[in-house]
Design a protein around this ligand. Structure first.
Ligand code: NOJ
Length: 725
């Protein structure tokens, strides 16, 4: 008996897809575009009849969160067997899950990961997450989240890589490589068997929600879309990211899950995206709530014609697409295109050849010592030292430490917003980590209660206070009207300061918080994000100087909620902020500057930048920028050299500064290195409203330094013939 062409692995994938499409009914095609959650016996019949193409393992899945009861692989195999052996064509399901910051080995929240400014560390973290998830039978992870974060009230700033399009794009590439294991710039023909498919989300502009309130409406100009919100997605696509999630919200009245221009024209046509687009949860059906669709059928028509290929959790595609095709409202060519895209990824994952998971695989892959070591290194490198008057690093001999604060012995606060596969008891708390790091002569007092803490602190050399947010205060649907610290925490630091012993404040959080007063009162402030399973150990690594802090802020820290939105790469305005000058863009009741600028972070050593030069390179227009970085302190350390550019005069107002290059630089005490940044046309141009690069001749300014306020700058000129002076 000859096997059908689509089952023959020796044939090219395009041929297999074509063969399969020719055999499918309209209903089976719609089934491939239908994703449903927590598949169990209730869905067996639908799977058997080809009505479900993908499973979503949601948080509250049958598997639950208790590791002992976790049966992902078994449950997946049971249902996969029905799809493969009992459905007419035997097309396997693809299973997706929110693998956002680690899997079993919970990594720091993405905003923390971003503070490493290291695509390599993020790639390493996502490699671990991918291997752990795949061992549980998962094929597809719903990350990275690439929404530009300009409003810290929006709880989902925790899930992204911060405010800068270039930084987010570079980190996105690392995240995608870690998940998919490919280093090509195209969607691979075949994914490695131990990795998962990535999903860039939420396409696009979701973070611009008015008032920082999740799911809210947005107004974003084409200029800002092309220059700020879209570039990280383009970077992910260029790294081969195989899927994209269309967002919940609308821009100027057009919901993204029905946005023909952005999904169809930009993503699929201009960028040539060859993977598939899945809607966010329920977003296709919600077109009715948005008031652009009259009913389910209309919603399916709008979403499918706009470019959404797979419908997450509404069944609206399944129920309506066949009739819509019969009625000529959706073309069969469009339906085939969507199904072909989904099948292509299923083939690339190897599902037709290897549909099943190994139920015992996770034992050998989860929580490996080397994974824990990598995640600990990532955690320590993500922490940002915001202030230090010399109290840090702590000496580990002969001192008495007092540890207090609501988060000092908390596991959940270290976890972060997406940890469905982490186990709380596997987290090392800060208290446990410090206790484990003490020298033989060091003593540790621990106390939860403020009054007792103050008494104990009096008998100590240093007080460490762990404050900030619980993990559940950020993430989806966790928006706040204020970025003030939770109630009572400032009062705790204020009370502690009366004791005249050095205070080290460790802040856990999923968003920038107002640390204005705390920074005044404390001797040292370390922002630790929600640092994951090894995060307590990472804090101890920093406090005791085993790791010299190198984290740098991927997002501006305002002085108050009222300053929001505050981001470094803003347009200049006709009345730029000038200190102490009226009739300029400023407030009368606050300093203009942020509390901590984008890119900021201290180390236990100091760095100096000098000898900044620009020189024309052979390829025009491209310039090279060189700078010397010196470690001027007395211990080895790592800084992040950051290169910012401004197009001084252009047809549209260009931002006062834009990050165009960065590099983590490790230097021994006293050592100097020369760093090179190459600025090509993409760094010197902006995008017009159609997304085309525009490079205008004229003067540019360039700065290199340790944060977005870098003072060391120079100028260069692009002459009209495209050469550089
Ligand atoms: C809704 C969230 O917006 C999205 O980020 C997530 O991936 C899906 N739910 C699936 O859980």
């Amino acid at each position: 008996m000859t096997i059908p062409a689509y089952k023959n692995p020796a044939l090219p994938v395009a041929e297999r897809i074509e063969d399969l499409l020719s055999r499918m009914t309209l209903e089976e095609k719609a089934g491939q575009l239908n994703q449903w959650y927590n598949l169990g016996p209730d869905q067996y019949e639908q799977v058997r009849s080809g009505e479900i193409g993908s499973g979503l393992l949601a948080n509250s899945s049958t598997a639950g969160n208790n590791r002992q009861e976790r049966v992902f692989a078994k449950g997946i195999n049971e249902i996969q067997k029905i799809a493969v052996t009992e459905s007419r064509l035997g097309i396997p399901l693809i299973f997706g899950r929110d693998v956002i910051h680690g899997y079993r080995t919970v990594a720091p929240i993405p905003l923390g990961m971003a503070a490493t400014w290291s695509p390599e560390l993020i790639e390493a973290a996502n490699t671990i997450a991918a291997k752990e998830a795949r061992a549980d039978g998962i094929h597809w992870g719903f990350s990275p989240m690439l929404d530009i974060a300009r409003d810290p009230r929006w709880g989902r700033v925790a899930e992204g890589f911060g405010e800068d399009p270039f930084l987010v794009g570079q980190l996105a590439a690392g995240a995608v490589r870690g998940f998919q294991g490919n280093d090509t710039d195209a969607i691979p023909q075949q994914f490695p068997a131990d990795r998962i498919v990535a999903c860039a989300k939420h396409f696009v502009g979701y973070s611009a929600a008015e008032g920082g309130r999740d799911y809210n409406t947005t107004e974003i100009t084409l200029h800002t879309l092309h220059n700020i919100y879209l570039p990280p997605f383009k970077a992910a696509i260029q790294s081969g990211c195989a899927t994209v999630m269309s967002a919940f919200h609308d821009i100027g009245g057009i919901p993204l899950s029905a946005h023909r221009y952005l999904l169809g024209d930009v993503l699929k046509e201009q960028w040539g995206f060859a993977g598939f687009i899945v809607s966010d949860w329920g977003a296709v059906g919600e077109l009715i709530n948005h008031g652009v669709a009259a009913d389910d059928s209309h919603a399916a028509e709008l979403a499918c014609n706009a470019g959404v290929d797979m419908d997450m959790s509404t069944m609206v595609y399944l129920k309506n697409l066949p009739d819509l095709v019969r009625a000529g409202k959706v073309s069969e060519a469009r339906l085939n295109d969507a199904v072909g895209r989904v099948l292509r990824i299923k083939f690339a994952v190897g599902l037709f050849e290897n549909p099943y998971a190994d139920p015992d695989a996770s034992q050998a892959v989860h929580l490996l010592p080397e994974s824990l070591a990598t995640i600990r290194q990532l955690a320590a490198n993500s922490m940002v030292l915001l202030k230090n008057n010399g109290v840090l690093p702590l000496s580990s001999d002969a001192i008495t430490l007092c540890l207090s604060g609501p988060l000092a012995d908390q596991r959940q606060a270290l976890f972060g917003c997406w940890t469905p596969d982490g186990q709380e008891e596997e987290v090392t708390t800060l208290k446990e980590a410090i206790a484990g790091r003490l020298g033989p002569e060091t003593r540790l007092h621990y106390c939860e209660l403020t009054d007792d803490a103050i008494k104990l602190a009096r008998a100590s050399d240093v007080l460490i206070l762990a404050i900030g947010e619980s993990a559940g205060r950020s993430g989806e649907d966790n928006c706040t009207t204020t970025i003030e610290l939770p109630a009572g925490q400032e009062a705790l630091v204020e009370a502690a300061r009366c004791m005249e012993i050095p205070i080290v404040v460790v802040v856990f959080g999923g968003r920038p918080l107002n640390l204005t007063r705390v920074t005044d009162w404390a001797d040292a402030v370390l922002f630790a994000w929600h640092p994951g399973i090894t995060g307590g150990l990472g804090v101890a690594d920093i406090l005791f100087g085993d790791v010299n802090p190198s984290g740098r802020l991927p997002i501006t820290f305002p002085r108050s909620t009222g300053q929001i939105p505050l981001y470094y790469n803003h347009p200049p305005t006709g009345r730029p902020m000038v200190a102490n000058s009226r009739r300029h863009s400023r407030y009368v009741d606050s300093l203009d500057s942020p509390l901590f600028p984008f890119g900021f972070g201290l180390s236990y050593t100091t760095f100096e930048y000098g000898n900044l030069r620009t020189s024309p390179a052979s390829e025009v227009p491209e310039i090279s920028v060189t700078v010397e970085v010196t470690n001027t302190g007395n211990r080895a350390g790592t800084t992040v050299a950051q290169c910012y550019v401004r197009d001084s005069v252009a047809s549209v107002a260009r931002p006062v500064r834009e990050l165009k290059g960065f590099e983590r630089v490790h230097l021994q005490a006293g050592e100097t290195k020369t760093i090179l940044f190459r600025l090509g046309p993409e760094a010197l141009s902006y995008l017009d409203d159609n997304g085309n690069e525009v490079l205008e001749p004229g003067r540019f300014q360039v700065w290199v330094g340790g944060d977005s306020n870098a003072g060391l700058g120079t100028e260069f000129e692009i002459t009209s013939d495209g050469s550089i002076d």
